[in-house]
Design a protein around this ligand. Structure first.
Ligand code: FA5
Length: 337
């Protein structure tokens, strides 16, 4: 049974055709926008069902009764289907499906400072409080600063102390990954006049095999103080105070003679560790030649310098038994700090 032509946009639509179209389209209405446009299209004042009902006027009385009753039943049916879908979609927004928007958000994982960085910051802060200023320098360094200016000329046996990573390993030309932070002694002195008090944290590289206390790349913190009248007592006093701040006043500290071509006299300092000693730094009075190379009058100025390993110090502080943990990128280790 159809209506005559000219009834709205969907001409000659029968009750059955309208029902089929309405149910099919309602099934595929997968968003609240599509549900609303379905409602307007089928149940709205200018919708297809209204158009069908309006068309009844042109039918004869018998047909009008039958089709009118069918169309009214269809309206009730579609309204109830529509309400069901609206309720269903409201409840699915709350808890049905893969996202439950009422749950509290997930906390993002926050990173933290690497244990080496934490130790470096603690060390530099201790020296900052004693009047040292933090400066940094290049990790890719010139042979001149890493060796020559530090009284380690070419072919001097002292160069063998540090197995060097040259940028061009065939020619061993004058560019290398610095083996220690001491080149910054020369760079700082070149740039200014005494008094100087600097602390220089940074990465160093050596071509050496690794073990529990040796890495091929590690950090150092260099210290340099140059002025008139600086003595070995200043060096000892400064390093004792540093050890007190980092390890507490009861931890035993040991100085021993050591050799570095850029200091005279030279020492190393160790900290007591499980009944043994572990070396944490080398130090000494800046060699007069190093002062002269930088353009200072060694008759007027004296100074002390030291270079320490923050990973070694962190090992002592945190009872870490193997230095290789620091750079193995194992979160089970890193998240402990
Ligand atoms: C030096 O590198 C000298 N430049 C230190 C210095 C500075 C002496 C100023 C005098 C005046 P040495 O090679 O001993 O010295 O290293 C100093 C510290 O760096 C060591 O005590 C240790 O704490 C750390 N260190 C050295 N080699 C390694 C390594 N392979 N792995 C981890 N830490 C290291």
């Amino acid at each position: 049974m159809s209506l005559p032509n000219g009834q709205g946009t969907h001409k000659s639509e029968s009750v059955e055709e309208l029902k089929l179209a309405a149910v099919t389209e309602l099934d595929s209405a997968d968003s609240s926008e599509r549900l609303e446009s379905w409602r307007v299209d089928f149940l709205g004042r200018k919708g297809r069902l209204t158009a069908l009902l309006r068309g009844l006027g042109s039918l004869d009385i018998g047909e009008r009764k039958v089709i009118g009753a069918g169309a009214n039943r269809l309206r009730d049916e579609l309204e109830s289907l529509y309400e069901d879908r609206v309720n269903q979609s409201k409840s699915s927004q709350v808890s049905v499906g893969s996202i439950d928007i009422t749950l509290p958000g997930r906390k993002p994982t926050l990173g933290g400072l690497h244990p080496s960085t934490q130790m470096i910051r603690e060390i530099t802060q201790a020296f900052n409080e004693m009047g040292f200023q933090t400066v940094e320098g290049p990790e890719v360094e010139l042979e001149k600063y890493n060796f020559d200016m530090l009284n380690i000329p070419a072919d001097h046996p002292a160069r063998d102390q540090w197995d060097t990573i040259w940028v061009d390993s065939d020619t061993h030309n004058d560019v290398l990954l610095r083996t220690h932070t001491s080149p910054m002694q020369a760079r700082v002195m070149e740039q200014g006049d005494p008094p100087i008090r600097v602390i220089v944290p940074g990465k160093c590289y050596r071509y050496e095999s690794t073990d529990a206390t040796h890495e091929w790349h590690f950090n150092q913190v260099e210290g340099l103080a140059v002025d008139e009248g600086i003595t070995f007592a200043d060096l000892k006093g400064t390093l004792y105070e540093f050890a007190r701040r980092i390890f507490g006043s009861t931890r035993k500290v040991r100085f021993r003679c050591d050799f570095f071509p850029f200091v005279e006299p030279g020492v190393d300092m160790s900290i007591e560790w499980n009944g043994d000693w572990i070396e944490i730094l080398g130090a000494g009075m800046v060699h007069p030649k190093v002062l002269e190379y930088a353009g200072y009058d060694s008759a007027k100025y004296t100074g002390f310098a030291f270079g320490m390993g923050p990973e070694r110090i962190s090992m002592l502080r945190n009872e870490i038994t193997d230095i290789r943990h620091f750079f193995s990128n194992d979160l089970r280790f890193l998240t402990q700090f």
